[in-house]
Design a protein around this ligand. Sequence first.
Ligand SMILES: Nc1ncnc2c1ncn2[C@@H]1O[C@H](COP(=O)(O)OP(=O)(O)O)[C@@H](O)[C@H]1O
Ligand SMILES: [Mg+2]
Length: 437
Amino acid sequence: MTQFSDSSPIFQQEAVLREEHRPDELPEREREIEDLHMSLAPAARGVGANNVFLHGKAGQGKTAAAKAKLAELQQHAEQESEHLDLTTCYISCESHDLSTSYKAAARIYQELTEDSRPTGHATDVVMDMMFEAMDDIGGTIIIVLDEIDTLSDDDRILYSLPRARAQGYVDDHVFPSIIGISNDLQWRDTLSPKVKSSLYDDSVLFAPYDATQLQQILYRRATKAFRDTELIPLEDSATTADSGTVVTVDESGRKHRFQSDVLTDDVIPLIAALSAQDTGDARQAIKYLRKASELADKHNETQVREKHARKAQALVERETVVEAMREMTTQAHLALAALTVLDFAGDTPVRANPIYGVYKQIATKTDADKLGQRRFKDHLRELDMQGIADGEKVTAGSIGGPAWEYQLQVDTDIAVEVLNDTTRFADIDFHQLNQRR
Ligand SMILES: Nc1ncnc2c1ncn2[C@@H]1O[C@H](COP(=O)(O)OP(=O)(O)O)[C@@H](O)[C@H]1O
Ligand SMILES: [Mg+2]
């Protein structure tokens, strides 16, 4: 059995590789943070901040940038400014499960007042309570609505909050504004024109990191996380041994030598390249580095090497897909189940019609609702979008549009494992189902 140990030959400060760690600087986002600064600057002059919208794919430093800038403004308000009376409030719509205006308003009310969460009122009443709480506080109030796209079907709060002053929902001595953050680039297009035009004054796009930027982020993080790992400015390195890779660590272009007894030279460039090929996600890159080092540590090795990084990537990728599969609805699970059975039969890639046939059989067997063909196809497309299946357009079909062929993108065994883990499919033997077909 593996023993627990309270020290590791690899880690110096393992916590900096965790999700909760907040970096003190984000040089790769200097321009975006400057834009955000411009949007918040009117607050320091006592006229309220602009409503601003930060968008870009996941892991691009949006949350980190917003928190860093707000902390700076807060510090300015407390230490330097005599007339900035600032209240900030950070809310993650995703992790607080705020899918409706009611829930969001109740949460904001709760954060502003430290009262318990209002329940059993109409939405309008809770919104009024939220605005009254703002009247009581007064001054500049900046509300961060992170993962704002979670508030999908219900846009009342998105309409009233950014225009609270203009609409007279709050008193004259209150200057509320929002910082909306979204990982979903298309989300804005789904809003009604009325909401879209009032939601924000400024918007800041966080474009995906490239491999060099991801390397920089990882090098800075690694020096904190690992033992005997340093970045030495090149002009100083004449005094030290000439080993290690020459790298940049921020946007200044100044060169440093990366020296580590723990990480071999190829690990960070490899992880950065893998993540840049994918979506340039810094969260993912840091996760690869953490997993790679945990793997080395687990096997009592004193160096994190390329093989650990590759293994880490495979593990994380698998985890991500498994998680996405677990969270799917019953109908998506049924579509996945049908495709899995056909995959066992060696019949994939396969068109939607035969998948639909198997789907109906499984739905009967598991006592689930059967969708019509058209809605069923939406679920196949969803599997495709999530990277669980791969749909490919074959020939432009003569009648009824082009035909699509689907195949599983994940290991059949993983699909079966996830399906058997859900109650509805717990007793289904997918191998047998295939033979009985
Ligand atoms: N430029 C950067 N420098 C250092 N760390 C960064 C940088 N950008 C992102 N990160 C880190 O990557 C992770 C994801 O960043 P986050 O701000 O949560 O992304 P987003 O909100 O865009 O999904 C966090 O752990 C954050 O600390
Ligand atoms: Mg975020």
